[in-house]
Design a protein around this ligand. Structure first.
Ligand SMILES: *[C@@H]1O[C@H](CO)[C@@H](O)[C@H](O)[C@H]1NC(C)=O
Ligand SMILES: *[C@@H]1O[C@H](CO)[C@@H](O)[C@H](O)[C@H]1NC(C)=O
Ligand SMILES: *[C@@H]1O[C@H](CO)[C@@H](O)[C@H](O)[C@H]1NC(C)=O
Ligand SMILES: *[C@@H]1O[C@H](CO)[C@@H](O)[C@H](O)[C@H]1NC(C)=O
Ligand SMILES: *[C@@H]1O[C@H](CO)[C@@H](O)[C@H](O)[C@H]1NC(C)=O
Ligand SMILES: *[C@@H]1O[C@H](CO)[C@@H](O)[C@H](O)[C@H]1NC(C)=O
Length: 344
């Protein structure tokens, strides 16, 4: 019996032993070959990526140098060649791109000004991006949003995509711009962003426009829709029918506050590359639009807008309490606002 068992065990051992060692060996060989394979692969991949990098660099350098030949040294920080994640710049890959931001206040003509810029073949101004509060929650979200815009990855109806030569946005002073001005100035200076200030000289007209626009938000005389900007004389005429009453106690402090805020904005951003424009000057003198195109270094074109001005003509016709307003402003630094009229 014992011998039987012994034989039986021996049998198992003798049967299994020869099988066991090749199995273990196979495992060792397999493991080795796997590791070796991985090593070879990683070496190969490295070489492939080195090869492709060299290949692409060669193609760029040899076929189309991206550096334009005659660019002044001071301009270098403002010239960019973005690589968008969402599309290829194709044949315009080597066209330089300038970054800009229109810094303005509500009802200062910036909507109209932006439609003019966007009528240019090579300018993409993406609208009031920071009117959405989450995007201006903190400096990280602001920077993330700006990075997206300037990398041409912010796709709006204004995007000219591959052949954009100037890309930017419209940014109101009260949309996180004044609050985070230090970090934003630093961003503008390190990334090479140019600022276009657009203000209105006649702050009384601006005040009337604000009051009328906020009235329209509730009353909606245009078939129930609220419109801040209009495209037909009829719509403009309907919106201009409303005449606000201006609180004469608040008028001077309010005008002063806006004046101080704009002066402060220009001062905060005085280390950035910038241009200061006034709505009235552009209306009176369209060559100001050529100055803007030169500032953005885009080819000069005729710029057009379909927008129709809502409030035109004499100011006295646009408010309910003109006599009180005249009394309140006469003899103050703002008296000229009563008289400076212009024609479109
Ligand atoms: C910034 O705001 C975003 C969105 O509100 C939030 O998710 C994020 O945690 C904030 N970051 C910091 C550093 O506060
Ligand atoms: C402007 O756009 C046109 C057409 O898309 C393109 O051919 C041209 O190179 C662009 N100009 C600049 C300066 O990028
Ligand atoms: C309001 O709608 C009617 C019918 O669609 C149209 O005829 C009229 O011109 C609209 N008015 C305005 C001010 O848009
Ligand atoms: C004007 O504003 C002041 C201060 O807010 C207020 O006390 C006053 O009642 C207002 N006047 C009118 C006519 O609404
Ligand atoms: C910017 O403003 C500050 C403070 O008023 C002033 O000291 C500085 O000289 C100004 N810089 C430029 C470039 O104008
Ligand atoms: C119009 O603007 C241009 C450029 O800013 C300026 O040189 C010119 O003197 C202005 N013309 C008038 C009539 O103001």
């Amino acid at each position: 019996m014992a011998a039987d068992i012994y034989l039986f065990i021996k049998d198992i051992l003798s049967i299994k032993a020869p099988k066991k060692s090749p199995w273990a060996l196979r495992m060792i060989v397999l493991t080795f070959s796997m590791l070796f394979g991985l090593y070879i692969c990683s070496v190969c991949l490295n070489q492939v990526s080195i090869h492709t990098n060299i290949g692409l660099a060669n193609v760029e350098v040899v076929q189309r140098p991206c550096e334009p030949p005659n660019i002044e040294p001071w301009e270098k920080p403002y010239v960019h060649y973005p690589h968008p994640k969402t599309f290829s710049r194709a044949e315009c890959r080597c066209n330089p791109v300038r970054y800009f931001a229109i810094l303005s206040t509500q009802r200062s003509g910036s909507g109209w000004f932006e439609t003019l810029l966007n009528s240019h073949l090579n300018i993409s101004s993406n609208g009031e991006i920071f009117s959405v509060k989450v995007r201006r929650s903190n400096i990280s979200t602001i920077v993330e949003t700006l990075d997206n815009i300037y990398n041409l990855d912010w796709l709006t109806s204004a995007s000219k995509n591959e052949c954009t030569a100037a890309v930017g946005l419209k940014w109101m002073l009260n949309q996180g711009l004044m609050k985070h001005h230090e970090e934003i100035v630093e961003y503008f200076n390190t990334k090479g962003v140019s600022a276009i200030f657009l203000f209105r000289r006649n702050l009384l007209r601006r005040m009337i426009s604000i009051l009328a626009n906020s009235y329209d938000q509730n009353a909606r005389p245009l078939n129930g829709t609220h419109k801040s900007h209009v495209h037909s004389p009829l719509e403009a005429e309907i919106l201009a029918r409303y005449k606000p009453t201006i609180n004469t106690t608040l008028i001077i402090p309010n005008l002063r506050q806006v004046e101080e805020m704009t002066a402060q904005a220009i001062q905060h951003f005085n280390s950035t590359r910038h241009i200061v424009l006034y709505y009235e000057d552009i209306i009176k003198n369209r060559t100001k639009l050529l100055d803007v195109q030169d500032f953005l270094r885009v080819p000069q074109m005729d710029l057009t807008s379909r927008q129709v001005k809502i409030h035109k003509g004499s100011l006295s016709q646009q408010v309910e309490n003109w006599d009180d307003i005249t009394k309140a402003l006469n003899g103050t630094p703002y008296e000229s606002f009563l008289h400076s009229d212009y024609r479109m």
